[in-house]
Write a protein that binds this ligand. Sequence first.
Ligand SMILES: C[S@@+](CC[C@H](N)C(=O)[O-])C[C@H]1O[C@@H](n2cnc3c(N)ncnc32)[C@H](O)[C@@H]1O
Length: 581
Amino acid sequence: MNYNELDISPVVIDYFASNRKHFSDLSSCNEYLEKMSGIKTFFINEEQLNQLIEFVAEKNYIVSEPNRREYGDFQTNTELSLKSVDYIKNNSSFDSFEFVLEPTCGKGSFIIASLREISNIKKIIGIEIYEPYIWETKFKILELFIKNLNLSKPSIEIIHDNVFDFDFEKLSKETKSLKTLVVGNPPWVTNSELSSIDSKNLPKKSNFKKHNGYDAITGKGNFDIGEYISLLMLKHFSSHIGCFGFLVKNSVVKTLIFDQKNNKFPIGSVKKLTIDAKKEFNVSVDACLFYSEFNKQPSMICNDLDFYSLKDNRVFGWVGNNFVNSVIDYKQANDIDGKCQFVWRQGIKHDCSKVMEIEKHNGHYINGLNQEFTIENDLVYGLLKSSDLKHTETNRYRKLTIVTQKKIGQETNYIKHSYPQTFEYLDKNREYFDKRKSSIYKGKPSFSIFGVGDYSFMPYKVAISGMYKRTLFTLITPDDSKPLMLDDTCYFIGFQEKRFAQIALYLLNHYHTQQFLKAIVFPDSKRSITKDVLMRIDLVKLYNLFDYSSVVDDIDISLNDWNEFESKINPKTEMKQMTLF
Ligand SMILES: C[S@@+](CC[C@H](N)C(=O)[O-])C[C@H]1O[C@@H](n2cnc3c(N)ncnc32)[C@H](O)[C@@H]1O
């Protein structure tokens, strides 16, 4: 062991220097250190002891930190581990624990915090794969006891092992009768990140997520190592009396609660306490303390709080068969959960913005390649993007686009004859279309676009951005008589008549619909507003929550408009909703 690589405090070095007489042989040294610190078998062999004595004599310590990416290595600072253990102690039904397990203990931050915050622990087990950290942990424990002679000393084992090989089943049986705290901060790394650096730091055999170990390792199932270790702990210890407290990514907690439907681990009082990972670990990751109590009725929901202020944000999880972002909002607004009578469409996709997104300047056009040109106006339409959908109504656009097809797959030869200037412009830039990588363009007519159909040419549209967290709907009205297009970051439904679009807009922006969206949309997802989400808004159920007298003050429509809207959306009525699309 090279002790020079460790961050051993001067207090510990002085302790070894001044107690050298007790360290003449391995067994008396270990006995002496166990009395001092509770740690069993501090040194495993004479060589380790002798190297330490030499090191102390030289009083020479330099810390060097190798690259430990594959170990998801983010050591918890003292304050955060103390605050976490403190939270667990104060919020659980226990004020003390007899057994503390830290399965990937690193430099021992949580072990020290437990020793400082919890009295009368009988047994502590820490496991860590990286040997220098084992030593740092042991020395820190020793330092703690040197400085606090009266602290009660549990039996402590700091084990150099791989968490994936450790026999937790045996440990669980041995400790079944002890009030248990499983605490720590497992590695922050996913299996696919590990495979990208060719790391073997993965479970060898596992039916984790119904993938076998090989599939998991080859990346078929992408999972977080922290999630795997959390499940390992819950599998072996959740039937103990006790608590669980792990620092993990928010995404891990979401998956754990999602999987509770099948796993049904006996955990209750489940909480996700959001931490500031930038401040605590200097990483831009959404992370939290995941807290739960063992040996309870399996909880399907999780309370989301701020770790520092304990401000309550929401409760998320399962309501019946629905996994929702906000249980309270869902219970209040689930009466509109169903199937939308209209099909929500995504806007136009062309993957050729330099050529297809143009601006108008003094009677001519200019494109993203700075080419100035003149083309017929017929195929040119105003284009709205997510960032243009900031208000409840608009017909203002910054860009225009060329709509080469009326429906997907339509031949585009007609452009050459009907719109020769447009064709010349497109043909001149053909290479940009040919360079499009997506396979959807393979074998399709020249200058093909997607997300186009009759619905694109509806004059009135009610649209929403798929890129932002906000759930505001915008009424799009035509530019003169020409409909405006949306790009593929937006979703919309189209209407022939403004009065119907106005009613749809009113209903969709109503507090009740907004509450429903807040309930079902997870804002931390990459794209929170999706077609699936929008298709769940049942317009008939929504419409039926209102009557004309309750809306007339807010929208400028007649009773006839209101009643006709019903016949447009309600499939039971004679009139077909097809007239809308
Ligand atoms: C996020 S760090 C946290 C360390 C410590 N729990 C803390 O709170 O400071 C994760 C730790 O897991 C260790 N580790 C990674 N893979 C491991 C494995 N397979 N077995 C045991 N420990 C592992 C790393 O070396 C690192 O110390």
